[in-house]
Design a protein. Structure first.
Length: 228
């Protein structure tokens, strides 16, 4: 009797919470212009493999530093065809710039801001987001692991679908970070603390010690020997 029931779609509050956790999880050890180019080309390749692209949908991609320097930018699709139908529009670049501005203004992904406002029942004007800012999912901040003051860059793509654009950016960043982790390998093993203590205690002693005396000295290297 329950076969007709389907799982409920997540609420805007749940989507916002998940987007916030993604920002905390996907952080880079470092970020260079080469990383930006690799990410941009990965976004392009991944979008070209989607059903949206097959159906004629276009995409614009922009990766910028938080200061506004362009590291990567490209269009997937064409502005117009002979039949008068285009994959992207002249307005696409204006939209993506507005999404990047939202990340610069808030420090959060544009999808988080969009769903967070919706969950609170607020409009962009009520939240002080006006002018050329565009609250649409698809722009994601690049944070460094050891820099918590602000993002270092913004990765953004725009095709007109807020959820799809956000998922495309996040999945590409996630896979790229996993690739970096595999290439760098696990950290080198460290010497156990007990071994370090034992080695140092021998250096502190001014004369050779016997087995029994050595056991007494491991606890405190400054312990005085008794004179008999």
């Amino acid at each position: 009797m329950f076969s007709g029931f389907h799982s409920m779609a997540p609420s805007d509050a749940e989507l916002a919470t998940h987007a916030l956790s993604e920002e905390g999880s996907f952080r880079f050890p470092s970020f260079s212009a080469s990383d930006a180019v690799t990410l941009g080309l990965s976004l392009r390749k991944r979008f070209r493999g989607t059903s949206r692209y097959v159906k004629g949908k276009g995409l614009v991609i922009s990766i910028q530093t938080i200061a506004g320097h362009t590291l990567f930018a490209c269009t997937v699709g064409d502005l117009g065809h002979t039949n008068g139908i285009g994959d992207v529009s002249l307005d696409s670049w204006s939209c993506i710039e507005g999404m990047v501005s939202v990340v610069r203004r808030t420090g959060h992904s544009s999808f988080y801001v969009e769903k967070g406002m919706s969950a609170m029942g607020k409009t962009p004007k009520q939240m002080g987001i006006q002018g050329e800012l565009c609250v649409n999912g698809g722009a994601f901040p690049i944070w460094l692991e050891n820099a918590l003051c602000c993002p270092i860059a913004v990765v953004a793509c725009y095709s007109g679908s807020s959820q799809d654009d956000h998922n495309l950016v996040v999945s590409t960043i996630r896979d790229y970070l996993n690739k970096l982790a595999r290439e760098n390998g696990p950290p080198p093993p460290t010497m156990p603390a007990s071994m370090t203590t034992q080695h140092e205690s021998k250096e502190w002693s001014s004369e050779p010690v016997g087995p029994s005396e050595h056991i007494q000295r491991i606890g405190s290297p400054f312990e005085q020997r008794e004179e008999h």
